[in-house]
Design a protein around this ligand. Structure first.
Ligand SMILES: NC(=O)c1ccc[n+]([C@@H]2O[C@H](COP(=O)([O-])OP(=O)(O)OC[C@H]3O[C@@H](n4cnc5c(N)ncnc54)[C@H](OP(=O)(O)O)[C@@H]3O)[C@@H](O)[C@H]2O)c1
Length: 263
């Protein structure tokens, strides 16, 4: 049986989650990779096993479906195959004026970004508490730092992720478990296309690569930091939201969002 640490990464079939999975495999982890796209996960697993020699288990699941989510919770709770690190990364955003968007898609966004993340954190923490060790990296967003007109539901889901994760982190202080929030800014992934955005309204200098974001998150987790905003420009923007009046922050956020071209 392998003695390597095991990490379960959600949303590992693309973007930031795939970059995190690649870094963890290179760093000597066995993996459980979770997403809906069985074909993409199979290619990733084959690739990582060939490159790094560890075990990569594919767990196909739509985390917005109760039964499929329960299978991932059960995997996290399996006493015979403990998980050392959970990365709650799967998520999507919807862009547009709230009232004009289908309510079902907004609800589904909450099911993935909030409910699944909360349940998987819960499922992972029990066994970690018993073993007195473990780590969780929850992927939030710069959009969770303030109300985000044009992405109202998304911003609110990410505000939940940040607040919830920081609170649980405090609850497990001294237990041997590390919990960190990763708050990326604009990152070059499939996120924008999935959100129906043709052109994002920010200069290219603000756009990070998934691997830069993955590195920032994993480094922060290693250092046991509470939160990391990836990229110094994003960090400056996040810091500004704390000192500038909230009415100004809302206006500026709204103007940035209006510059994005939605299909
Ligand atoms: N890109 C950005 O600018 C940005 C900025 C801040 C924060 N973030 C956050 O970063 C995280 C990763 O996003 P990304 O940019 O890497 O986006 P991405 O390239 O679109 O990847 C999203 C991942 O989530 C998975 N996923 C989507 N719906 C799912 C579902 N119902 N069940 C299971 N898996 C699902 C997708 O896989 P399948 O389609 O195969 O299921 C994919 O692996 C998200 O939480 C996002 O909110 C992104």
């Amino acid at each position: 049986m392998s003695t390597r640490p095991v990490a379960l990464v959600t949303g590992a079939s693309a973007g930031i989650g795939e970059a995190i999975a690649r870094r963890l495999a290179a760093d000597g982890h066995d993996l459980v990779v979770v997403a809906r796209s069985a074909d993409r996960l199979a290619v990733l697993a084959k690739d990582l096993e060939a490159e790094h020699g560890g075990d990569v288990e594919v767990l196909v699941a739509d985390l917005t479906d109760g039964e499929q989510l329960a299978r991932v919770e059960a995997r996290l709770g399996d006493p015979d195959r403990p998980i050392d690190l959970l990365v709650n990364n799967a998520g999507y955003g919807t862009v547009g004026t709230f009232v004009e968007m289908p309510a079902d898609r907004e609800e589904n966004e909450i099911a993935l970004n909030v409910v699944a993340l909360m349940r998987l954190t819960h499922a992972a923490l029990g066994p970690m508490k018993e073993r007195k060790r473990g780590a969780i990296l929850n992927v939030s967003s710069l959009a969770g730092q303030q109300p985000t007109p044009g992405m109202a539901t998304y911003g609110a889901t990410k505000a939940f992720v940040t607040s919830f994760t920081m609170a649980v982190r405090e609850e497990v202080r001294g237990s041997g478990i590390r919990i960190t929030v990763l708050a990326p800014g604009f990152t070059n992934t499939e996120f924008q296309a999935r959100a129906g955005v043709d052109e994002i309204g920010v200069p290219g200098i603000l756009l990070q690569s998934p691997d830069e974001v993955a590195k920032a998150g994993l480094d922060a987790l290693t250092k046991d930091n509470a939160i990391v905003v990836s990229g110094w420009l994003n960090w400056a923007a996040a810091t500004a939201t704390k000192v500038v009046p909230t009415s100004v922050v809302r206006r500026v956020t709204s103007l940035v969002m209006k510059r994005s071209k939605v299909t």
